[in-house]
Design a protein around this ligand. Structure first.
Ligand code: ADP
Ligand code: MG
Ligand code: MG
Length: 894
C-alpha cells in the first residue's frame, strides 16, 4: 500500500466530497458516490498536487509512473482484464477535473486501450464488431484532437464526408465497413498531421492523455476563463482514470444527463435527457434528438427506477440539487458524475426555500446558499419570456440588465442621438477611453471582442450600464455603420436591437421588457404569496433580517429616494448629500455667495438659500420619521457650482469685442479664476470650505435644525446626524463643531425646545484614520467614506484611472477586481479596522458606519461585519442586497 501522505494517486474508494482541493471536483464526487455504494465504474484519481509538481518541473514527478502502475495493476485484477489486452481489453477513460469546473481545459478521452489488435478482442468479447469499430474511431478522434492537438474539424469533416457519401446524416446509419474505413482515414489523418502514427501501446496512450490533461491547465482558453471567474492560477487540475462502460453497445444501452430539480425554475421533479446507443459526449453535442427521463421509463423501467432512486439518495445526501451523468450498458445502470448543480438566480432562491420547507436544510443554511448577486439579478427588469425574439448572437454577460435601442457604431453618434432623446445601443469591436461619453449616452453597450475584464465590461459595470461583450459571432463594420452575423443577418445603424446583459444574448428588434416581480413586491405592488419566487425571496429575506447584526441604511438625497429606500427596508439614511441642493435655479444664489465682496452681501446670499434648504430637509425628515438621517455638509469644490473657466473667458472676450460690459460676468470670471485649482479633488472642499467660508456650514446646520424643530412640533420624530466631510485633523472638527453647537443653541432658544441631534465626521483621509482616537473624542459617530479613502490610500483619482488603465491592471494581476467596486480589504480595509479600534477605545459607544458604494457590495459587507461596524449604507436599490448579505455574514456564509 502506498503511503497516502506522499501519494499522488488515490483510488475512488479512498476519497470524499470534501477533498476537492486535492482530487478536483469530479474526483471528489466520484469517490463520494463510490463510498455511498452507488454503481460507479472503478478507477483512481491523480491529484492536483501531481499536476502542480508537473507544471513546476516540466516533467512528471518522481514516483508518479510507479504509483500509476501499481493502481492500474490493482484495477486490472479487480476487473479480471488487462488494459488493451488483445483478447479482451480493459478500456479506460481519462477525465480532467479541477477544483472548480472549468470549460476551456482538455476534454475527456474515452476508450483508451484500443489499438489495431485489441479492437478485434473487443469485437469478439462482445460479439459486436460495429460497436468495437465505433469505439476505436471515437478514441482516434478524441485522442487526435485533445491529446495530439489536431483541429477537431479535421475529423468532423472526414466523418461528414463519409455520411454524405452514404446519403445519411445519422451516425447510426454507418455500418461496420464504413467504420472500419473511418478508422483507417483517422489514422491517416493523425499520421499526416503530427508526422507519426497513432500510438498503439495502451500504456503510452494513458500516459500521453494524463500529460495532456496537465498541460491543458495552461491553455489560453483556460487562463482566460480563470481570469474571468477569478479562479487562482496555481490550483492545477486532477486527472481521473476510470474503467469504461459503454452506452454505445446497442439499443439496450445509452447515455444521459439529469438534474434532481429543474435548474432553470427550481421546481421539484427530475429533469433530464437520454440518448440510446450513444456515448456520453453525444448527449450534449446534440447530434441526435434526446428523449426525456419519462421516455426512459418506457424504454427500460428497471434502469429508470434505479436511476430515480439514486437521484433521490444523492439529493438527500448532498442536501442540494444535484446534476448527474449516467450511462446504461446493456440494461445495467452506471453513475459517471455528480455535483451540486449550477442554477439560475430564481432557481437558487426557490430551491433553498423549498429545501428548508421540506426539512432537508434549515433556514440558516438556506440563507447561506443564496447570494446578493443573485438577488441583484432578480431585481433588474428583464425581457418578457413569452415574447417572440430573434437571437442574433451570444456574448459574455458583462453587466446585467435588459436594454433596447437603436444600433449606433460610434460614440459621437451615440451622444448625438441620445441628445435627441433616442435610446441607443453602442456597438464597437472593443471600446477604449475615448468611448466614455458614448457609453454614458447609451442604454447599453455591445462589443464583439474582449472578456469580462475588457474596458467595455469594467466601465459598464462601474456605471451600471447593461453590457454584452465578446459576442464573436457578430462582425462589426464601424466604417459602414453595420454589423453582420455568421448566419447572414445584418443590422445597420438605426435598426433596433435588444441586449440582455444577464444572459449575454443579443436579439434583433425590440423585445418587450417586464419589471421585476421582486421589485414590485418591495414596492408593495405585489403580495408575498403572489408567486413562488416572491414567496421564496420574502421568506429568505425575513430570515436574513432576523439573523443580521448590522443595520442597513441608504444613501438618499431626495424625499423620493428616501421613501423608496424605506420601502426596500432601509433603517435610516446613512448619507444625504447636499450638493445637488445648490444646483439648478439655486446656482445663481451660490454665485452671489461666491462673488460677494463683503460680509453683508455674503449673508444676504446665505439668507436666500436658508429657507430653500430648510424645505429640503423637512421633506426628508418626514419621509424618514423615526429613523436617523445623516446629512453631509457641502463637500465638493465650489468651482463645480460655477460656469466653466474657458467658456466664461470666451463669453467675456466676445462681449469686450462688441464693446459690451457685463459686470456680473466680470466678477464671476474673477471668482472662477481665483477658485481654479490644479487638483480640485485635493483642494478647497469639505471641512476646508466650512472653515474658509464659515457661513455656509452654519447656514446648512440652521436649516437642518429648523426643519427638525418644525417636524418635532408637528409631533414628528426627526433624528438628524450632521456629518462633516473630509476631516484630517481633530482641530478642523473642533472648529466646526463649536460653530454648529452654537447654531443648535440658538435654534433651540428661538424655538423653546431641545432638538435631538448628533455631530460626527466622515473618515476618508488616512490622517484621520491614524488619529481616530483624538477625532473620536469630538465626533459622536464615524462614517467611512470608502471611495475617497480608497482614492487617497492608493493615491489615484477614480475618474482618471478607472477607464484609463484598470483593464491593464486586471490583465497583469495587480488586482482581480476594482478596489472601487469591492473594498481592498488588505490595504484600505486595514485602515478601516485601525480607525474602528482607535475610535472605540476613545469612545466605547461610538456609532460606526460606512457610506461608500462598498456598502452595497457583498464581499465588502462581510468585511464590515467582521470589523464590527454598526451599519452599512448604500443606494436604495442595493438595500435588499445589503440586508441579505449582512444576514449571510452573520450566519457565517462565505
Ligand atoms: P466533462 O467534464 O466535460 O463533463 P467528463 O469527464 O464528465 O467531462 O466526460 C465527458 C463524457 O464522457 C461524459 O458524458 C461522460 O459520461 C463520458 N465518460 C467519462 N468517463 C466515462 C466512462 N468511464 N465510461 C463511459 N463514459 C464515460
Ligand atoms: Mg461530465
Ligand atoms: Mg468623500
Amino acid at each position: 500500500m502506498i503511503d497516502p501522505v506522499t501519494s499522488f494517486v488515490y483510488d475512488f474508494s479512498q476519497g470524499s466530497k470534501d477533498q476537492k482541493d486535492l482530487l478536483g471536483g469530479k474526483g471528489a464526487n466520484l469517490a463520494e458516490m463510490t463510498n455511498l455504494g452507488l454503481p460507479v465504474p472503478p478507477g483512481f484519481t491523480i491529484t492536483t498536487e501531481a499536476c502542480r509538481a508537473y507544471l513546476e518541473e516540466g516533467a512528471e514527478p518522481a514516483g508518479l509512473a510507479d504509483e500509476v502502475t501499481a493502481r492500474l495493476s490493482a484495477l486490472e485484477e479487480t476487473m479480471g482484464r488487462r488494459l488493451g489486452d488483445p483478447a479482451d481489453p480493459l478500456l479506460l477513460s481519462v477525465r480532467s477535473g479541477a477544483k472548480f469546473s472549468m470549460p476551456g481545459m482538455m476534454e475527456t478521452v474515452l476508450n483508451i486501450g484500443l489499438n489495431d489488435e485489441s479492437v478485434h478482442g473487443l469485437a469478439r468479447a462482445n460479439s459486436n464488431e460495429r460497436f468495437a469499430m465505433d469505439s476505436y474511431r471515437r478514441l482516434l478522434q478524441m485522442f487526435g484532437s485533445t491529446v495530439l492537438g489536431i483541429d477537431s474539424e479535421v475529423f468532423a469533416e472526414a466523418l461528414d464526408e463519409l455520411k454524405e457519401k452514404r446519403g445519411t446524416t445519422a451516425d447510426l446509419d454507418l455500418d461496420v465497413e464504413d467504420l472500419r474505413g473511418l478508422v483507417e482515414t483517422f489514422k491517416g489523418l493523425i499520421q499526416s498531421h503530427v508526422g507519426r502514427p497513432f500510438p498503439q501501446d495502451p500504456r503510452e496512450q494513458l500516459d500521453l492523455a494524463v500529460r495532456a490533461v496537465f498541460d491543458s491547465w495552461n491553455t489560453d482558453r483556460a487562463r482566460l476563463y480563470r481570469r474571468q471567474e477569478r479562479i487562482p492560477e496555481d490550483l492545477g487540475t486532477a486527472v481521473n482514470v476510470q474503467v469504461m462502460v459503454f452506452g454505445n453497445r446497442g439499443m439496450t444501452s445509452g447515455s444521459g444527463v439529469a438534474f434532481t430539480r429543474d435548474p432553470a425554475s427550481g421546481h421539484r421533479g427530475v429533469y433530464g435527457d437520454y440518448l440510446q446507443n450513444a456515448q456520453g459526449e453525444d448527449v450534449v453535442a446534440g447530434i441526435r434528438n434526446t428523449v426525456t427521463l419519462a421516455d426512459l421509463g418506457e424504454i427500460d423501467k428497471p434502469a429508470h427506477d434505479e436511476l430515480l432512486q439514486i437521484m433521490d439518495t444523492l439529493e438527500k445526501h448532498y442536501r442540494d440539487m444535484c446534476d448527474i451523468e449516467f450511462t446504461i450498458e446493456d440494461r445495467k445502470l452506471w453513475m459517471l458524475q455528480t455535483r451540486v448543480g449550477k442554477r439560475t438566480a430564481a432557481a437558487a432562491f426557490r430551491i433553498a426555500y423549498m429545501m428548508a420547507d421540506e426539512g432537508l436544510i434549515d433556514l440558516d443554511e438556506a440563507v447561506r446558499r443564496v447570494h446578493g448577486a443573485q438577488l441583484g439579478q432578480l431585481m433588474f427588469p428583464s425581457f418578457d419570456e413569452s415574447a417572440a425574439r430573434e437571437l442574433l448572437a451570444k456574448g459574455m454577460n458583462a453587466s446585467p440588465g435588459a436594454a433596447v435601442g437603436k444600433a449606433v457604431f460610434s460614440s459621437a453618434t451615440a451622444v448625438e442621438w441620445a441628445e435627441k432623446g433616442e435610446d441607443v445601443i453602442l456597438i464597437r469591436k472593443e471600446t477604449n477611453p475615448d468611448d466614455l461619453h458614448g457609453m454614458v449616452a447609451a442604454r447599453g453597450i455591445l462589443t464583439s471582442r474582449g472578456g469580462k475584464t475588457s474596458h467595455a465590461a469594467v466601465v459598464a459595470r462601474g456605471m451600471g450600464r447593461t453590457c454584452v461583450c465578446g459576442a464573436e459571432a457578430i462582425d462589426v463594420d464601424a466604417k459602414n455603420r453595420r454589423f453582420t452575423t455568421a448566419d447572414g443577418a445584418e443590422i445597420a445603424e438605426g435598426d433596433l436591437i435588444s441586449i440582455d446583459g444577464t444572459t449575454g444574448h443579443v436579439y434583433a428588434g425590440s423585445v418587450p421588457v417586464v419589471p421585476s416581480s421582486i421589485v414590485r413586491w418591495f414596492e408593495g405592488e405585489l403580495d408575498a404569496t403572489s408567486d413562488e419566487l416572491v414567496t421564496a425571496v420574502a421568506a429568505l429575506m425575513e430570515h436574513a433580517d432576523k439573523a443580521r447584526r448590522m443595520l442597513v441604511r441608504a444613501n438618499a438625497d431626495t424625499p423620493d429616494d428616501a421613501s423608496r429606500a424605506r420601502r426596500f427596508g432601509a433603517q435610516g439614511i446613512g448619507l444625504c448629500r447636499t450638493e445637488h441642493m445648490f444646483l439648478g435655479e439655486r446656482r445663481e444664489l451660490v454665485e452671489h455667495l461666491i462673488v460677494a465682496e463683503n460680509q453683508s452681501e455674503q449673508e444676504k446670499a446665505l439668507d436666500e438659500l436658508l429657507p430653500l434648504q430648510r424645505k429640503d430637509f423637512a421633506e426628508i425628515f418626514k419621509a424618514m420619521n423615526g429613523m436617523p438621517v445623516t446629512i453631509r455638509l457641502i463637500d465638493p469644490p465650489l468651482h463645480e457650482f460655477l460656469p466653466d473657466l474657458t467658456e466664461l473667458s470666451v463669453d467675456v472676450a466676445l462681449e469686450e469685442e462688441h464693446g459690451e460690459h457685463d459686470e456680473r460676468h466680470h466678477q464671476l470670471l474673477t471668482a472662477v479664476r481665483r477658485l481654479h485649482e490644479q487638483n480640485p479633488m485635493l483642494g478647497l472642499r469639505g471641512v476646508r470650505l466650512g472653515i474658509a467660508i464659515p457661513g455656509l456650514f452654519t447656514m446648512q446646520a440652521r436649516a437642518i435644525l429648523m426643519a427638525a424643530a418644525d417636524h418635532l412640533q408637528a409631533n414628528g420624530d426627526p433624528r438628524p446626524e450632521i456629518m462633516v466631510p473630509l476631516v484630517a485633523s481633530v482641530k478642523e472638527l473642533e472648529i466646526i463643531k463649536a460653530k454648529l453647537e452654537q447654531v443648535a443653541r440658538e435654534v433651540e432658544q428661538e424655538r423653546g425646545i431641545t432638538i435631538p441631534h448628533k455631530i460626527g465626521t466622515m473618515i476618508e483621509i488616512p490622517r484621520a484614520v491614524v488619529t481616530a482616537d483624538k477625532i473620536a473624542k469630538v465626533a459622536e459617530f464615524f462614517s467611512f467614506g470608502t471611495n475617497d479613502l480608497t482614492q487617497l490610500t492608493w493615491g489615484f483619482s477614480r475618474d482618471d484611472v478607472e477607464a484609463e488603465f484598470f483593464s491593464t491592471y486586471f490583465e497583469q494581476g495587480v488586482f482581480q477586481v476594482s478596489p472601487f467596486e469591492s473594498l481592498d480589504t488588505e490595504g484600505v480595509g486595514s485602515l478601516v479596522r485601525t480607525a474602528v479600534e482607535l475610535g472605540r477605545k476613545a469612545r466605547p459607544d461610538l456609532h460606526l458606519g460606512v457610506c461608500g458604494e462598498h456598502g452595497g457590495d457583498p464581499h465588502s459587507i462581510h468585511f464590515f461585519d467582521q470589523v464590527g461596524l454598526d451599519y452599512v449604507s448604500c443606494s436604495p436599490f442595493r438595500v435588499p442586497v445589503a440586508r441579505l448579505e449582512a444576514g449571510r455574514a452573520a450566519l457565517g456564509a462565505e
